[in-house]
Design a protein. Structure first.
Length: 309
């Protein structure tokens, strides 16, 4: 059975978003949610990230914390901190393409490092009480870099390896390297999850028929744009665009009223809620989408959302 995963997206998939997504769309089938990456700052996890991970909004969902690290020390320190908070499962980020992270040796910069490959394999072996999964790209600069990392990963047991088949230099656009992805599936001992550019139920079908050996599908921007996507595929019933918008507006209303209750001041609320629509231009239409982007206060924001018909 195909497993489904909601990709972590900084600035979007925080505890509140995950909670209301789960409430509105997440029941059938089970979706695994991930925290955006957690990293060390002055030897500690940022308070914001701790709050997100331990929020009561996470209850009742499958949530996996994700960590990003540049060396063995950071990796082991983060695993230790998460273990002390009671985590049983950890996702290792070896794919982040943000120059701020790769420039410091984290994320996709770890793929071509045998030292990091070894460190990850040792961390997995040394923590048998934790289930590990991993998220990676094919490489930082070259789509064959994964060949350096994979032998280390093949030595240990991982729940799965999610692969976004781009190199970090491409960021989030450009062609997917599907030949290399196919080669990676053939060489991985651990289950492989596909991640990249899935926007419609038809895209899910296409990937499953092209890569029948994958164990699951992870979706990021496509789910932010169309939160019902997995539900639609699973039920075998595509919703009409008007139904999708109606459902999305209900989801939005709940999230906004939660922000109204928990955040302080108009500018904080508006800066938290606007990203809700960032990837939904095709779903809600260019006019409403642009008006939402431009809205400088709550009154204008409400008028812009009212343009979604
Ligand atoms: C703004 C932004 C923030 C992201 N933050 C994270 C993150 O914290 N951890 C991570 O593993 N991936 C992160 N990603 C990558 C996504 O999880 C996903 O791999 C990528 O968007 C490709 O999948 P998609 O085409 O389904 O969106 C981020 C992507 C974007 C666009």
């Amino acid at each position: 059975m195909t497993t489904f995963h909601f990709a972590p997206i900084q600035g979007h998939t925080d505890a509140s978003y995950r909670h209301f997504h789960k409430e509105f769309y997440g029941n059938s089938p089970q979706i695994t949610y991930y925290t955006p990456f957690i990293r060390l700052e002055h030897d500690e996890v940022r308070q914001r990230d701790s709050k997100d991970l331990t929020s009561s909004l996470n209850s009742g969902m499958t949530l996996v914390p994700q960590i990003i690290f540049r060396d063995e020390q950071e990796l082991n320190a983060l695993i230790g901190i998460l273990k002390r908070t009671g985590c049983k499962e950890i996702n290792l980020n070896m794919g982040c393409p943000f120059p701020l992270q790769t420039g410091h040796g984290r994320g996709a910069a770890t793929i071509s490092s045998p030292i990091m490959g070894q460190a990850v394999a040792e961390a997995v072996s040394n923590n048998p009480d934790i289930t590990f999964s991993l998220k990676m790209r094919l490489g930082l600069n070259d789509p064959d870099e994964w060949k350096i990392l994979l032998p280390f990963l093949n030595d240990v047991s991982l729940k799965d390896i999610t692969v976004h088949p781009r190199i970090a230099r491409q960021q989030y656009t450009g062609d997917l390297h599907l030949n290399q992805f196919s080669e990676l599936i053939g060489e991985s001992v651990n289950p492989v999850v596909f991640n990249g550019d899935i926007r419609t139920p038809g895209d899910i079908d296409r990937i499953l028929s092209e890569f029948p050996k994958i164990s699951g599908i992870m979706i990021g921007r496509g789910l932010l744009a169309r939160p019902s996507l997995i539900e639609e595929w699973t039920s075998g019933h595509e919703l009409a665009p008007s139904e999708r918008k109606e459902r999305m507006l209900e989801f939005h209303r709940s999230l906004l009223s939660h922000y109204n209750e928990t955040l302080c001041g108009e500018s904080q609320i508006i800066s938290k809620i606007k990203p809700f629509w960032e990837y939904a231009e095709d779903e809600i239409g260019r006019k409403a989408w642009k008006a939402i982007r431009k809205a400088g206060n709550i009154a204008k924001y409400h008028s812009a959302v009212a343009m979604i018909k």
